[in-house]
Design a protein. Structure first.
Length: 135
């Protein structure tokens, strides 16, 4: 997985690519991807309300995903100068084959050389109709 800047790619395209890589890294427990792309002071707010710093988040990633499958349904990238919000909805399947919906917002900050994730907030629900009613 790589997200090296490509000449001619818009920031919107780069952020959409980073978002896809973020999901792929989660599903493959790719700690190295996160070490490179998360800011030093990264914070994640999980669905259960717990707050994880970068080290705690990386430890969770290393344990592997707690879902068997994750498919992005919708991604919205909004850029405000050197800050960007990536909001997305996806459908996940747990190891027991039950399904649910995940909505998240990742906040990126542009550094002189790349975009870094500074924050993530995740909300999960088992209500699949949430995706169907908001498409």
């Amino acid at each position: 997985m790589t997200s090296e800047p490509v000449k001619g790619k818009s920031d919107n395209d780069v952020l959409a690519q980073l978002n896809q890589e973020y999901i792929e890294a989660y599903m493959s427990a790719d700690v190295a991807w996160y070490e490179k792309h998360l800011a030093v002071d990264f914070v994640c707010i999980e669905s259960d309300g717990s707050v994880l710093n970068k080290e705690e988040f990386l430890n969770n990633v290393a344990e592997g995903p707690n879902v068997a499958d994750y498919k992005l349904q919708r991604v919205n990238v909004r850029i405000y100068g050197i800050v960007a919000l990536v909001q997305a909805t996806g459908i996940f399947t747990r190891n027991d084959q039950s399904s649910g919906v995940s909505r998240y917002t990742d906040i990126y900050v542009q550094t002189p050389s790349e975009w870094k994730v500074v924050s993530a907030q995740i909300t999960r629900t088992s209500r699949l109709e949430v995706v169907e009613s908001h498409n």
